[in-house]
Design a protein around this ligand. Structure first.
Ligand code: PMV
Length: 332
């Protein structure tokens, strides 16, 4: 099945005309504790493995969308109108093609991020989730959240997890039509959990996640071990959430991120998102832990670290990482 057929089928019976002048929505960014890496179907963005994330509260994307009379979309990012051939405009316009309904319809999209765009801080996740929610608001769709997660998935896999706050699982599913590959909110909470964004480098990443995944699945001899590793890590993370066992959560999330990066490093040609500064911070975190401070890290397709710790150690952690941006995922 191709993605337009998928969308047509899902939106059958839903309104195709705007129900208001502007649709608007917010979606949080999310950080995976058990990562999504590898596609079983590139067209429908179906993953090889299930993943589990934590949403970042009020850090994310706010989007406003309206239907335009003009020939082309008008896309602005953080208050700046973008050229039509800007990477971001092209990606959004391609996605919006799914919702033009064969009419010569353009959109105005105003999107504002409270996180750095494309610095490996998952802004595409909150971006596509906010866009789907804003489209739904504009057209007055009556889809369930679960159905909206499958629409967001078509924009960016991790976006499926940004429809909710808290801990979220994206089920890989097995069906070739993608209908069982959706995200759902998990019932666990952890009010004392803290996420620290440790920015090592800003600016867009060198290799996007889709290209990175494709290169890894096509050429990394270590990728064969990944689906089972991820399935097991996901199970252990859910046990840790049930028991509120921070050490188990941290160890498993950190190990999962390192295993994912190992599959990339073994790709041919090799794919390194780590810089020397990333590695220095990794070693610092491990040394702090050896000295008795419970802190762990995770990393995505970029050089920055996300630290995992609890409220009790917040002041101590800040002494070691004074520039850390600390997020309270359950404060919202
Ligand atoms: O959703 P994408 O295509 O941007 O891929 C996200 C990949 C990772 O951030 C590395 C892992 C994840 O599960 O978020």
């Amino acid at each position: 099945m191709n993605r337009s057929d998928y969308v047509r089928q899902l939106l059958e019976g839903q309104s195709t005309q705007p129900q208001k002048s502007v649709g608007s929505a917010f979606a949080p960014s999310n950080i995976a504790l058990c990562k999504y890496w590898g596609k079983r179907d590139a067209e429908l963005n179906l993953p090889v493995n299930s993943s589990l994330s934590i949403s970042l509260g009020d850090l994310g994307t706010h989007t406003e969308i309206a239907v335009l009379d003009g020939e082309s979309d008008q896309i602005s990012l953080n208050g700046q109108l973008l050229a039509a051939d800007h990477n971001f405009s092209v990606r959004l316009a391609n996605y919006l093609d799914l919702f033009r309904n064969d009419q010569n319809r353009s959109f105005s999209v105003k999107t504002t991020n409270s996180i750095p765009t494309a610095a490996g801080l998952a802004s595409s996740a909150s971006g596509f989730a906010a866009l789907v929610k804003a489209l739904s608001d504009l057209f007055g769709w009556t889809l369930t959240d679960r159905e909206l997660t499958t629409l967001a998935r078509l924009g960016s896999g991790s976006a499926s997890r940004s429809l909710y706050q808290g801990f979220v699982q994206w089920h890989a599913g097995e069906k070739s039509d993608g209908s069982d590959s959706f995200a759902e909110a998990l019932e666990f909470t952890w009010p004392n959990l803290r996420i620290g964004i440790l920015e090592v480098a800003t600016g867009p990443k060198a290799t996007g996640s889709t290209a990175g995944m494709n290169r890894t699945t096509a050429s990394s001899p270590l990728f064969a071990a990944w689906p089972e590793t991820a399935a097991n890590d996901l199970k252990v993370i859910k046990e840790a959430l049930t028991a509120q066992d921070f050490q188990k959560l941290g160890e498993t999330a950190e190990g999962n991120a390192i295993a994912m990066h190992a599959t990339m490093m073994a790709a041919r040609p090799a794919l390194f998102y780590w810089t020397p500064d990333s590695l220095a911070k990794i070693l610092q975190v491990q040394q702090l832990r050896a000295n008795g401070l419970p802190v762990y890290f995770t990393m995505d397709a970029g050089p920055n670290l996300k630290l995992l710790f609890e409220k009790e150690t917040e002041a101590e952690i800040l002494k070691h990482f004074p520039t850390l941006q600390i997020i309270h995922p359950f404060a919202v």
